[in-house]
Design a binder for this molecule. Structure first.
Ligand SMILES: Nc1nc2c(ncn2[C@@H]2O[C@H](COP(=O)(O)OP(=O)(O)OP(=O)(O)O)[C@@H](O)[C@H]2O)c(=O)[nH]1
Ligand SMILES: [Mg+2]
Length: 346
């Protein structure tokens, strides 16, 4: 035992982590390194890109499952039970919870953390809440990158919990292999919301709180909506699985449904097709953000808007002008880089 007062937990000065070392420790699945790596992608910028670049070759093995649905539907309880079932089967699992921006769910989140604590001592489980910092678009990107980190760290499964509301959350669940949409009994309006927004992206419907009144009615409503959707024998018809997550009921059936969906994906190149679409979505997001950043930082987005507003310039002309500004800025950079290499070689 060492003498003297224990060092405060976070007294170390903040220094830039060496990415090589970080990647090595991440690949060795050291929890602290995984947490630090996720903080790097949360912070964004060049280091986020560099980190993902370094680990990307080691990704693609994990089964990534998104769990979405209205607030309080039991997503965290389900994720917790699923994680326990996965561990019981001898596989490892990383869990990402996308913190909803709503202040009302703060209590539930605290509850999540306490429940999840039970798994905190198991090295086969890693749990992290993604912080809502800065732009929402950045959160979707950081979450997907964090899933890559867990994949590269060798977790067999990655579970991502998000409240199914905004476009950003939809983007998060769009970039997973299987999407679980959680519904609960008695929320007629909910079915409407599901129909309008996330019906199309559900691979498995979970009717949680099946112990509650009205479960059968909601089941029938869901089944009806599903039967009206376009499908043929080659398409996947999302099954509806009843669960009582709080009591661990229906989790085996849920795992089986996820397994069937995975098996379906593995036929006829569907998984490859789905992952190609995911890659496209991610690249488009990065591209948009990058163009916007150059427009803002180098092509004078704010001043152009102010000038254009005063002069009543139409939005198309303004976008045109800014786009040309972006292209000019980029070619100036490229020319500069070429000049520098030329000088080095000379
Ligand atoms: N009756 C019943 N209650 C449940 C069931 N599953 C979860 N609950 C309860 O529902 C409440 C919300 O559960 P959570 O798992 O926190 O729900 P959530 O969807 O993660 O909530 P947010 O993250 O805040 O959107 C908790 O009090 C759970 O104990 C169930 O199957 N039946
Ligand atoms: Mg939750």
């Amino acid at each position: 035992m060492s003498s003297g007062p224990p060092a405060p937990a976070r007294a170390l000065p903040r220094r830039e982590l060496d990415l090589d070392e970080l990647v090595a420790r991440l690949r060795a699945r050291q929890p602290r390194a995984i947490g630090q790596a996720i903080s790097v992608v949360e912070a964004g910028g060049a280091r986020q890109a560099e980190l993902v670049r370094r680990i990307y070759g080691a990704t693609g093995r994990a089964k990534v499952v998104g769990v979405t649905g209205p607030p309080g539907a039991g997503k965290s309880t389900l994720v917790d039970r699923l994680a326990a079932a996965i561990r019981a089967g001898g596989e490892t699992v990383g869990v990402l919870c996308v913190d909803p921006s709503s202040p009302f769910t703060g209590g539930a989140l605290l509850g999540d953390r306490i429940r999840m604590q039970e798994r905190a001592t198991d090295p086969g489980v890693f749990i992290r809440s993604m912080a809502t910092r800065g732009a929402m678009g950045g959160l979707a990107r950081a979450t997907r990158d964090a899933a890559d980190l867990l994949d590269a760290a060798g977790f067999d499964w990655v579970l991502i919990e998000t409240v199914g509301v905004g476009q950003d959350e939809v983007d998060v669940v769009r970039s997973v292999d299987s999407v679980l949409v959680v519904a609960v009994p008695g929320l007629g309006d909910d079915i409407q919301a599901i129909k309008a927004g996330i019906m199309e992206i559900a691979d498995v419907f979970v009717l949680n709180k099946a112990d509650r009144d009205g479960a059968e009615r909601t089941y029938r409503d869901l089944a009806l909506v599903l039967s009206l959707s376009d499908h043929d024998e080659s398409s996947w018809l999302p099954p509806i699985v009843r669960t009582v997550a709080a009591r661990g009921e229906g989790i085996d059936e849920l795992q089986a449904a996820i397994g069937r969906h995975a098996a379906w994906l593995d036929q006829d190149g569907r998984r490859g097709e789905r992952r190609r679409r995911q890659l496209r979505l991610r690249v488009e997001t990065i591209l948009k953000e990058r163009i916007l950043a150059v427009a803002r930082d180098e092509a004078g987005l704010d001043s152009e808007i102010a000038r254009g507003f005063a002069a009543r310039t139409d939005p198309y002309r303004l976008a045109d002008r800014l786009f040309q500004g972006v292209v000019r800025a980029e070619s100036a950079h490229a020319a500069g880089a070429e000049r520098r290499t030329g000088e080095e070689e000379a």
